[in-house]
Design a protein around this ligand. Structure first.
Ligand code: ZN
Length: 489
């Protein structure tokens, strides 16, 4: 751990040396998905960003406890305190139990993340499984005088809190303006100030997701779960909290306020935020007709997609930008990423077959490795890592084409560079040429050869049997001029 890792902290707005509270242990919390729909591109970026943080910290030798929550209650339609619960609404429309909706989309989310080779977190707690912890935290905030009860709901008192602490410390929002802008709205609502947010909401008669509490039958506000679960699994103070930039305000700002109001301590040392993804320069959104699920990308099922893009192409594409920069998806950019990914994978195969020549002079492989570490230590600068890896690709190809030679020591360093940076840290997988794919190709060719042999002997029974059996696995054979090909329906 002699590496000096610098992380951009959204709280101080500068890069800071990473010093965990209790090394070698690191606690990291990342806001996870609200499970009422398929995972889309917007989910892929934070998942991959914090997967890189998780992988790199582990590579440096830290013992990381990575908590990523699943929001299955309390996320209301208008992202504030009003409207129907998003999961409950989906359940009502599809005549399902809300937990069926949450479970279904959690499984779908895992499926997409597995394809992107995103490692599973250490703990994945559900909001609905931590109602008791949320109630206990809300009670503490009430006892400390930073919340008030109104018609069975509990609201956080921003004005009161701001007198003792500072609401706006993370987002830089001016609390005076915030309170003034929302003051006039307060008359129509049960809040003292429109900016106050719900800690607990009393459920109306049609609200199906509800739990008993000291105040009413109801449900927790959206921000409550992350403060309560972060504290439960990582302690009152922990190292890293991550999420998309869109969560910085009000979600993360309110998390800080809740934790401070309950425990009197700053909950998080380093706040990290990934930037957003745009599509052809436009914001992503259902109303804009450009919201694409990850499944759409993998299958090429969307009018904006010229063709399918593999999960590794998407992963590589996301890593080509530093996580704090915006990232714009377009077919051209994806096709360029696909080419780059393939070149990198080809070189990672070629490097295994290079033959060392000890008459070769030393190359600067160590320097490339050092530059890769420098880039990771500079706030996880993956595009610079990739640029340096392409320098290694150039060397591999040059030796492979017999334009230059490499000695044994350099060759071993080069192999290690690919293993550590391409596969372990960037988490890429060579899906172009996996052992499984090779095996399936070989087995299918054998079956096609046997069928051809049968047909040449006019053994139609065997030929039909093969076709029918393959059809059971959705495998379709197609006979053409150049022989028989196969595909999966
Ligand atoms: Zn959260």
């Amino acid at each position: 751990m002699e590496n000096k890792l610098y992380i951009y902290n959204s709280l101080s707005r500068k890069k800071e040396l990473f010093e965990p509270l209790a090394a070698p242990h690191v606690g990291m919390y990342v806001c996870g998905p609200t499970v009422y729909g398929d995972a889309h591109l917007g989910h892929a970026r934070p998942a991959i960003t914090f997967d890189i943080v998780f992988r790199y910290l582990k590579h440096l030798g830290y013992k990381v406890r990575y908590v990523r929550n699943v929001t299955d209650v309390g996320h209301l339609e208008h992202d504030a305190d009003e409207g129907e619960d998003k999961i409950a609404k989906k359940a009502r429309l599809e005549d399902l139990e809300p937990m069926e909706v949450a479970h279904y989309y959690t499984v779908r989310y895992h499926y997409s993340m597995d394809k992107l080779n995103v490692l599973r977190p250490s703990i994945e707690p559900n909001a609905s499984g931590h109602i008791i912890e949320q109630i206990a935290m809300i009670q503490k905030i009430l006892d400390n005088g930073y919340a008030y009860l109104s018609n069975g709901s509990v609201y956080f008192d921003i004005e009161k809190y701001d007198k003792d602490y500072h609401y706006g410390i993370l987002s830089g929002r001016n609390v005076e303006e915030l309170l003034n802008n929302t003051r006039e709205l307060a008359g129509q609502s049960e809040k003292r100030n429109g900016a106050d947010f719900a800690l607990w909401k009393k459920a109306d008669a049609r609200h199906i997701m509800r739990w008993p509490s000291p105040w009413s039958d109801g449900f927790p506000g959206w921000h409550a779960e992350c403060s309560a679960m972060g504290c439960k699994y990582l302690g009152e103070q922990f190292d890293i909290h991550g999420g998309g930039m869109d969560l910085l305000f009000p979600h993360h700002e309110s998390e800080i306020a809740q934790s401070m109001a309950a425990n009197g301590k700053m909950p998080v040392r380093y706040w990290m935020h990934n930037n957003m993804i745009t599509i052809n320069g436009q914001k992503m959104g259902k109303s804009l007709g450009n919201a694409m699920s990850l499944e759409d990308f993998f299958a090429g099922n969307h009018k904006l997609l010229e063709r399918p893009y593999s999960p590794m192409t998407i992963r590589f594409f996301i890593l080509q930008a530093q996580y704090r920069s915006t990232l714009d998806f377009s077919n051209e950019a994806l096709q360029a990423a696909e080419k780059g990914y393939k070149r990198l994978m080809e070189a990672s195969e070629s490097v295994k077959t290079l033959v060392p020549d000890d008459t070769a002079e030393d190359l600067e492989i160590q320097k490339i490795t050092d530059l890769c570490y420098d880039a990771m230590n500079d706030d996880f600068n993956t595009p610079v890592v990739i640029a340096n890896l392409f320098e290694a690709v150039r060397i591999v190809n040059s030796v492979n084409d017999a334009h230059s030679k490499i000695n044994n020591r350099d060759l071993e360093s080069l192999k290690k560079l690919f293993d550590v940076f391409v596969f372990e840290i960037l988490g890429l997988v060579n899906t172009e040429k996996s052992d499984d794919n090779n095996l399936v190709d070989g087995l299918m060719q054998t079956i096609i050869d046997i069928r051809k042999e049968a047909r040449s002997k006019k053994d139609w029974a065997t030929s039909d049997l093969i076709r029918d059996k393959l059809a059971e696995f959705n495998v379709v054979l197609k006979d053409g001029k150049e022989g028989t090909t196969w595909s999966v329906k």
